[in-house]
Ligand binder design. Structure first.
Ligand code: NAD
Ligand code: UD1
Length: 339
């Protein structure tokens, strides 16, 4: 494995993965249509690594563009981050999500097949487990029961890749089920830059701390959890990005479909997150209890033992570092990549 195509490489997780692959000695090619990201993230990846790489601004649904890309570059493996990810928007615009995420992925897989590239790492999500019967969640837990088109698109793409491998056992496929990625690169130069009002907890908290929003609404305080608020497995985005490098190394050993949870194995509540962020930032994070958010589950955290055993990968960065690194990015870039 030498040259890696990173779809969605200008995005939050993708930009951190670019840094880790470059630092590990790989060549990368980035494909992104910039529908939810800024090209500045890639300029900063170059600045952080001192390395250059080609960027193609195009859409994974554009077959001709993909064919040209595979013709012009000798790609060994694909890391497939490109996709839309806003849960609420997916409920309002299901066809957009199914077209972008599923049709886009199918077009990418067809172009890979035509080019003879059969190694892929797919960005899946713990959302495919639905509401798990118990925690921690293992990879052999049943999947399904997704409550929105975003989650369903992840479930379908996993299934499509499994069927592709049945039809052609030469494919090497990793389905990485992320828990809740947070944090930013240590430098504070790249990080999460959501457009509009953040849907997810950590970017919302950091915008409260920096003064862009008045207070955090805590969605539900009557869950069957220690303090009544939702519990999740937050994982530092750099740990997550490094998991992708390990997955590519593992896929090089041979064909098949492998599933790995990428999480820390430990859950924190919404209130614990707000308090940890106050501590790290030295700024108040006022919050108010609000009704539960539709589709939310009480608690969700990973059993990460399989990834540790098979990939030799383990999340190393704790909650304090997640909050400190988010705060550094947020305070150095109060408006994200915008000036
Ligand atoms: P992001 O929106 O920051 O990055 C996704 C990137 O894909 C963006 O740069 C966007 O411009 C690009 N993109 C979207 N549709 C495209 C298309 N049709 N053609 C080309 N580029 C396209 O999101 P992220 O948080 O970095 O997530 C990356 C991947 O990980 C996504 O597939 C997401 O569903 C998955 N994931 C994210 C989380 C999370 O909490 N962030 C959790 C689980 C899974
Ligand atoms: C959500 C998505 C999931 C997706 C993931 C990453 C839902 C139901 N699930 O996961 O499919 O893969 O994002 O994009 O949307 N919270 C608040 N106040 C806020 C924001 C969040 O209290 O303003 C709470 C939530 O109720 C939850 C926790 O914080 O208990 C984490 O929320 P969030 O960051 O949105 O992640 P998930 O809901 O786990």
């Amino acid at each position: 494995m030498k040259t890696i195509l990173i779809t969605g490489g200008a995005g939050y997780i993708g930009s951190h993965a670019c840094v880790e692959f470059l630092n590990a000695g790989y060549d990368i090619v980035v494909l992104d249509n910039l529908c939810n990201s800024s090209p500045k993230s890639l300029e900063r990846v170059r600045e952080l690594t001192g390395l250059d790489f080609p960027f193609i601004q195009d859409d994974i649904r554009d077959r001709a563009a993909l064919d040209a890309l595979f013709r012009d570059h000798d790609i060994d493996a694909v890391i497939h981050f490109a996709g839309l990810k806003a849960v609420g928007e997916s409920v309002e615009k299901p066809l957009l999500y199914y077209d972008n995420n599923i049709a886009g992925s199918v077009t990418l897989f067809e172009a890979m097949q035509a080019a003879g590239v059969r190694t892929i790492v797919f960005s899946s999500s713990a959302t495919v487990y639905g509401d798990p019967a118990s925690v921690p969640i293992r990879e052999d837990f049943p999947v399904g029961g997704t409550t929105n088109p975003y989650g369903t698109s992840k479930l379908f793409i996993e299934k499509i890749l499994q069927d592709v491998a049945i039809a052609d056992p030469a494919w090497s496929i990793a389905l990485l089920r992320y828990f809740n990625p947070v944090g930013a690169h240590k430098s504070g130069r790249i990080g999460e830059d959501p457009r509009g009002i953040p849907n997810n907890l950590m970017p919302y908290i950091s915008q409260v701390a920096v003064g862009r929003r008045e207070y955090l609404s805590v969605f539900g305080n009557d869950y069957p959890t220690p303090d009544g608020t939702g519990v999740r497995d937050y994982i530092h985005v750099v740990d997550l990005a490094q998991g992708h490098v390990k997955a590519v190394e593992k896929l090089a050993e041979g064909p098949g479909v492998r599933v790995w949870n990428l999480g820390t194995g430990r859950g924190y509540s919404v209130v614990e997150m707000a308090k940890a962020f106050e501590q790290a930032s030295g700024r108040p994070v006022p919050y108010r209890f609000a009704p539960r958010r539709a589709g939310d589950i009480a608690q969700c955290w990973a059993d990460p033992a399989k990834a540790e055993r098979e990939l030799g990968w383990k999340a190393r960065r704790g909650l304090e570092e997640m909050c400190e690194d988010t705060w550094r990015w947020q305070s150095l870039n109060p408006n994200g990549y915008e000036p």
